[in-house]
Design a binder for this molecule. Sequence first.
Ligand code: PLP
Length: 419
Amino acid sequence: MSGPYDYFDYKKNELQTEGVALARVAERVGTPVYVYSTAALLSPLRELQRGLKGLDALVCFAVKSNSNLSVLRLLAKAGAGMDVVSGGELFRARRAGIPGKKIVFSGVGKTVREIEEALRGGIFSFNVESAAELSAIQSVAARLGKSASVALRFNPDVDAKTHPYISTGLRKNKFGLEKREILALVREYRRFPRVRIRGISIHIGSQLLELAPLADSFARLRSLAGEIEPLLGEPLRFLDLGGGVGISYGDERSPSISAYCALIRKNFSDSKRLLLEPGRLIAGNSGVLLSRVLYRKEKKTKDFLVIDAGMNDLLRPALYGSRHAVVPLLKKPGKSGRSACIVGPVCESADCFAENAALPENLAGGDLIALLSCGAYGFTMASCYNSRPRPPEVLVDRGKFRVIRKRESYADLIQGESS
Ligand SMILES: *Cc1c(COP(=O)(O)O)cnc(C)c1O
């Protein structure tokens, strides 16, 4: 199981990763700043690869969880492919040097332009989400004189038991095709001569804390594949098992990678190629967001700690009500004080990171803190709301660190605007 303290812990009362004191990064680069650990990024990828050894499996990192070029390149060098959901992500993956044949394209709303870019880039496969999309791929492929390899995204109608905003595998969700729709498409296969149906894909949701819904959907996927193959007249080449395995943000228990791999082995031991699309599982606990306390605002019932990171820098708490552990970068002696509400500077009441953080009483303006488990869906969801430039990103590797994305400037904020 992946937890917030696996790669970030205290040495001599200083929060550090890979031998780098995070206070040093904050002093040098300023706050707010995202900091990732190389070892933490590589470890889950390698564990997945080891756990699936002997199977023809490719781990395609979900680029939307952390799309920094240096992060993508690091994972690609360790053998990962990429799962992209937009032309912009495809552009990033190609820029990071990932070959087209290791890229899959997911998402419900691919545009003609994106389909064209993907076909020209020679991607491995499209995960197709509707009959209309299949027609669009057919016509773009015909126009370019190419053929397109696709997997049909199956919505297995299982309850992922996660937050409704990140649940995708129920019939009521916008994602995927129902079984009867898939069977109908396969029967009409001749209408799509430029399309090769090579696989079936699933992805039932994110931050899954139990494997049972995945086990359920794997069984349904297997049985659907068995029904489709006789209609296709040839075996499917691959199955895409999606992502979604959750991590621990603090107290919750999350599935272990070994149990996840065992579940995959139990269900899919035949010779078909397997793709995985983990995002959070790889990046989630690889990064933290460092911030400085601006003010302690004392109120009658509780104190507010106003910090210099806001919901524009880290959206998850405001969007999903998710909670990140908050810890000081320097442990000072002192009793743990009145519970404090940690809030950002953005003009929204939703700009709140913790209602009742148990932080030391003497933590005050000027002190540094870290929000943990921010490696996935952190920077990628950042915006410039309130005209706040987006924070920099830093990568730590064995005692050294480097800026892998500069802090945005005021000039960046107005780039492309006319006055
Ligand atoms: C978001 C997404 C993923 C990654 O989800 P995680 O929960 O980060 O593992 C994988 N596949 C698809 C199709 C997605 O939309």
